[in-house]
Structure formats: C-alpha cells, structure tokens
Design a protein around this ligand. Structure first.
Ligand SMILES: [Zn+2]
Length: 700
C-alpha cells in the first residue's frame, strides 16, 4: 500500500530513435564537419560557421545537410551556392565521384529542440536557490540538425570538430579531445575533436558553471567528473565506485574504451536520466546525491548504463530502430553486471526478478512485442534485451559469450549493425543450437516468463524469496512461523521487507510480534518498508515510528511523518513541530510534504500560514528543479492553495521539453478544471497561457 504522498521517479534512459536510410547517405560520404559556434543567450540563438568535407559516390550537382528549424544562411564560399530550403541546406556545384571537396557557410538559427538554454532570463525567487544558467544538447530522438547542420541519419558517421566561443567564466564541454583553448578579451574558444567518426545524434555541447576532478583508469583513460561548485561536498557520494565501474566494464567487455576522454556532467531539467553522448555523458542533476541519500538513490546504474553505450550504440550503431536492443539491451545488461560487481548476487537477482515481473505483466496485458521490432517499447528494448543476453550467456557459457562480444565490437567498430550481424558471430563461437533461444527471446511476442523463472531459481536467495512471496495471500496465522524466519539475523533485507509488506492491514498480536522483530533488524530498507506499509500505526508502536523521523533516509522520514500525522489526530501538531526544520532530498520531499500537512492542520501555527503558502507557491517557479516543482504543484492542489502566478507557472510547465514533467502538469490542469472554482480562475487567466493550455480551457 502506498501512502498518499508517494512520488514515483520514473527512470527511463534515452529514447528510441526511428531512422530510415537517407538518400544522401547513399550518394555522399560526409567525412568531417568543422563548426565554429557562438551562442546568444539573449535571443537563444546559435550563430555558426560550418566547413563540410565530403566525397561523392557518384557525379552529382548538389549535396544537402539536414537543418531543421528557421535557419538563415548569412554567408557562403564563392565556389558554391548555398541555400536553406525545405529543412535542408543545399550546397550546389559540380561534384565528381570519389573526389574530395569542402564547402563552407555561416548560419543563424533559434533551435526549437535538441539544444536548450536554461536560466538565462530567470528571476531568482529566493536566496537559498542557486540559479543555474546552462546550455545543453540532447541529440537522440530530437535531431542534432536543429542547431548543427549535419546528417540526421545515424548510418552516416562523421568526424565532428567543434570550436565553441563563450564567456570564459563558464565551462564548455563537448566530445573527444580538447585540443586547445584560446582567449580574446572575455571570450574563450574551446576546440574539441571527436577523432573517430560518430553518428550526429551523439554530438554534445554542455555549458555551465562546473568544477571537475580527474581520475585515471587501469588502462590510463582519463575520466573527468563534473560537479556544481555549490555541491562539491557531494562529489564523493555522487561518483562513488566510478573508477571501479569503468575498470570492471572495460575488462568485462574485453575491448578498451574506444574514445579519448570520458566526461560525466550533471545538467538541470534534463529530458531523461542520462544520455551517452560520445565521451561526454550528461545526466540529470537530481542524481547528485549526498552520503545519506546514496543508499536509496545513486548514479551507479545510470553511470554504468551510459558507459556501456560508449561501446554499444556509440562504437557500433544500430542500422535502424528495429535493432534498438543492440544499444539498450546491451547497456542494461552490462549495467546490471556492474551493479552485481558492486552490490552482490542478491541485488542482481532481485533486479532481474523485478524486471521479469514487469515483462510478465506486459504479457498479461497483451502489450508484448518481439524484441527485434521497430514497435517495441522501452521496457522491451531495455529489460527484455538484458534478459535475452543473460539467457544467451547461460546457454553458450561465459567465456564464449565474451569472445562473441569481442568479435562483434572489433568487426563492426564505427559501423552500423543489425541483429543478424550479431547472430552470425554467436553461431561461430558455439556448437549449441541457438534457434530456440532466438525464437523465444528475440522474435516471439511474449516474454518467456517460464525460462526466466528457471534462471532466477538458480539462486538460493531467489528460491527463498519466491517461496515467501507465494505466501502473500495466506492468512498470517497459518504462515506465522515461516515468515517470521525471514526476520532472523543475519538479515536479508529483501526477505525481511517482503515479510513486512505481508503485515499490511494485520492487527493481531502475532503481527505485532513480527513488527517488533522487523524494527529490531534496524536495516534501512526494512525500516523504510515499515514506514511505507503501515498507514494506520498500531498505538503501541507510536514511539517506534516516531524514532523513524530521525532516520538518515529522506523517504523514510517523509513516509513516517505522513503516517504519524494521519494516524494520531491529537499529535498532529507535535509531529509537525518535530520535523519543521527538515528539508529532505534535492526536491525537498520532506519540506514540501510538511508544508502541505501544516496547511491542512487547522490551528497549527496560525501566524505563519501565509508564509507556508508563499513558500509552497514559490517552488513552482522555473528556477527550481522539476522534481521540486512537481511536488509543489501536487501539494498546492492537495491543500487548495494555488496563487494565480502558480497557475501561470503550471500552464508554462505544461510545455516543458521534459515530456514526463509536461504530461504531469497537463494532467494536473485537466484535474483542476474538474473543479468549477478552478475552471473560473483558468478562464480568467486564459489569455496569458501558452496555446497548448488555452486549448484545454474551453468556454462552452
Ligand atoms: Zn540507454
């Protein structure tokens, strides 16, 4: 049972990308794109000069580069005519087959997507919030040609050399080697080169205020990890095990890291959890964590996943989205292996089990598709993809699997691949019949739950867990002795937590004995499960729940506060007093819940209520992280405290480029419109809303 304020942070890492082979790719081989880029933060525009190096495969009269948006060509080389037409930049001239050419032009564009300006005209709403001014790119699923004329088809791999001019007080990051920097007055130029050809969706540009630390791996690759200057204290917990993950994956994959330097950089308002740009991974700054939050939220999975993409996706690239599992399945598989290396076998099997549950549920809903398909969803590409590789490794043996992967990466380095390329190498390294495997895991509609279960039950722990989970529907009296064992020392947190969830709604003396035993484990995961499970706290346990308010875990505190407030009517004010100084995670999970509870507790701190209202409304402004804004929008609805400005902020947020956030805001608006009182207020404000929201507010 989830308590009222439980918020689920949906982890989806990078989107899939539908691609058709463009005619340009057949006619021309683009070798290199050199770009000098300046950025105007006032008009949110890109001013660029491009030199494109290319070699036609046939005699042709024109080439084109993709250029999506409102491009203006400001000058071009005398030798060729360059014009912007139909979302393309067309360069005309007589180009003979197999000859080398270069052409240059200058342009200006205000990107609608793929390059985002953040915070350059934001007002600071309170002194405790750092206004982050950033520019960053997201190529996958968005098309890099929105800001950099290039080829959107990922089958044309090109060397990108980027020279970026910007204010010297900022850090500017891109792919590959930083070959030089020069400074003229206050403007600095950073020159980066990708050295090997890459697909354009993997080009990155990140600008912001950062500090960084450098580490070197076993094979002497330089890792640069970036952090905000005001979050330096969280560097260690954010990047914990980073070098261990890198060294492990390089060994496990069996091919040295294929790029020059590896950079990891947090960005605000990110569209996904992370993105594997070549040699320059960006990740959502919500994954900057402190030492207390590390246990329940950390960068490890994302860090390992994006690093694995440096081989799977970046070095070898799918021919089209039908083979997207070759990116996401492999990245998810190797991230799981890295986590197993750090957190152990139980963690690994439990994750596999959770993913199998989701995939099996998808079977039940008749939503499954083959893995090798353009129509598969993220769950299938990522989790089923990883499961398919677990099954393959079991079938062909680990040493053979390693040989297969090594040959696959070596043969197709910097090229584009399909599932058949992979399968033909699998066949070379095993005498096992793989037809049953490929049918069940790659080509059948349904996820093979039965096969997955066989793999899971190889683990003693998983057998115990599945047996215990099988008791969920049994009455406590009959299973008491059995489930009680799961709380014995040494505690297995997964088994103990499973027992705690089976106590939901139980009020018998036996249930209390088990709850007592669960508290005694003192394991953070078990205590968190207790806080989240009991929506009516047994009176005898009030003091024990009260102790949870001092937990290091922000989600345990948030849950315990709500359950105590909800259960003990007479002590509501006491619990609010006890937690009035707690803030919580990056999104102020405890503080925002506290404000909503305070506003919903009649008579509590009458003199400060206006301040509480103001504070909660303040968190809706765009200078705050989207996770915090989401809490604020949610709790303002819960406590009925929206100001007009917050409704305007909500309407603006419904057009945010992060689709999960804009969907949440759109849904919130639709829900509020059900209430006549809000409907009137929306109508009153309608003219100030963006068009998307205007359409939701109808005047019937
Ligand atoms: Zn991915």
């Amino acid at each position: 049972m989830r308590y009222l304020f439980f918020c689920f942070y949906l982890l989806l890492i990078c989107s899939s990308n539908a691609q058709e082979l463009s005619p340009q790719t057949k006619l021309v081989d683009f070798k290199k794109i050199e770009a000098s880029i300046a950025l105007d933060t006032l008009s949110k525009s890109v001013i660029g000069k491009i030199t494109v190096h290319f070699q036609p495969k046939e005699n042709i009269n024109a080439i084109f580069l993709d250029a999506r948006g409102d491009y203006k060509i400001t000058s071009n080389t005398l030798k060729h005519t360059t014009k912007f037409e139909d979302q393309k930049i067309v360069i005309s001239g007589k180009f003979d087959a197999d000859q080398k050419y270069e052409a240059s032009f200058s342009y200006k564009v205000t990107p609608k997507k793929a390059l985002y300006f953040w915070g350059w005209n934001e007002k600071n709403t309170d002194k405790n919030t750092v206004n982050r001014k950033q520019i960053w790119t997201q190529g996958q699923g968005k098309y890099t040609s929105h800001w950099l004329p290039s080829i959107d088809d990922m089958n044309d791999k090109i060397i990108f050399d980027l020279h970026i001019d910007f204010d010297e007080n900022y850090t500017v990051l891109s792919n590959g080697l930083l070959s030089k920097t020069t400074t003229k007055s206050n403007t600095k130029t950073w020159s980066y080169s990708s050295s090997k050809p890459i697909s354009s969706y993997l080009v990155a540009l990140v600008i912001g205020k950062y500090e960084h630390r450098i580490t070197s791996t076993v094979n002497s690759t330089v890792i640069e990890n970036y952090i905000y200057p005001d979050r330096k204290a969280d560097f260690e917990s954010t990047y914990r095990y980073n070098k261990k993950i890198f060294d492990f994956l390089e060994f496990e994959i069996g091919i040295p890291y294929p790029w020059h330097t590896y950079r990891q950089v947090p960005v605000r308002d990110f569209l996904y959890a992370g993105m594997e740009n070549v040699g320059c991974t960006t990740f959502d700054d919500d994954f900057i964590v402190n030492k207390n939050t590390f246990e329940e939220k950390n960068l490890i999975n994302i860090s390992a996943h994006e690093l694995a993409h440096q081989w799977f996706g970046n070095l070898i690239t799918e021919r089209d989205s039908k083979h997207h599992w070759l990116h996401e399945g492999f990245a998810t598989f190797y991230a799981l292996k890295a986590e197993k290396h750090i957190f152990g076998n139980d963690y690994y099997y439990f994750k596999l089990y959770e993913n199998a549950e989701l995939l099996d549920r998808q079977n039940g809903q008749k939503n499954s598709t083959p893995l090798v398909s353009k129509k598969a969803n993220s769950l299938t590409y990522y989790q089923r993809g990883a499961w398919a590789l677990v099954a393959l490794e079991n079938l062909v043996s680990a040493p053979n699997f390693k040989k297969i992967v090594k040959e696959f990466l070596t043969n197709y380095a910097t090229k584009n691949v399909t599932t058949d390329h992979f399968l033909s190498i699998v066949l070379k390294h095993t005498n096992k019949d793989i037809s049953d495997w490929s049918k069940k895991w790659l080509f059948n509609n349904d996820f093979p739950t039965r096969e997955a279960l066989k793999t899971l039950t190889e683990s003693d722990f998983m057998r115990q867990y599945l047996q215990l989970a099988g008791e969920r529907t049994q009455p406590l009296i009959g299973k008491y002795q059995y489930v009680s064992k799961a709380l014995n020392f040494p505690v297995n947190p997964y088994l103990a937590s499973e027992t705690v969830t089976q106590l939901y709604g139980e009020t018998s003396p036996e249930a209390n004995v088990l709850l007592e035993k669960a508290f005694k484990t003192e394991h953070p995961l078990v205590l968190k499960t207790i806080a989240e499970t009991f929506d009516k706290i047994p009176a005898a346990y009030e003091s024990k729940f009260r102790k949870l308010l001092s937990s290091d875990s922000d989600s345990t505190v948030e849950a315990a506060l709500y359950q105590l407030w909800n259960t003990f009517e007479k002590h509501k004010k006491t619990y609010l007093e006890l937690t009035k100084d707690k803030i919580g995670d990056n999104n102020k999970n405890i503080r925002t819940a506290w404000l909503a509870l305070a506003l919903n507790t009649p008579g509590f701190s009458n003199e400060e209520r206006a301040l509480f209202r103001r504070e909660l409304n303040q968190y809706t402004f765009p200078n705050h992280p989207i996770g915090l804004r989401k809490f604020a929008f949610q709790f303002l609805a819960f406590s009925d405290n929206y100001t007009d400005q917050s409704l305007l902020n909500l309407a603006e947020a419904a057009t945010h480029p992060n689709w999960r956030f804009n969907k949440f805001c759109t849904d919130t608006i639709i829900n509020l419109l059900q209430d006549v009182k809000y409907e009137k207020r929306f109508l009153h404000l309608k003219q100030q809303f963006p068009n998307k929201v205007k359409k939701l507010v109808t005047t019937e």
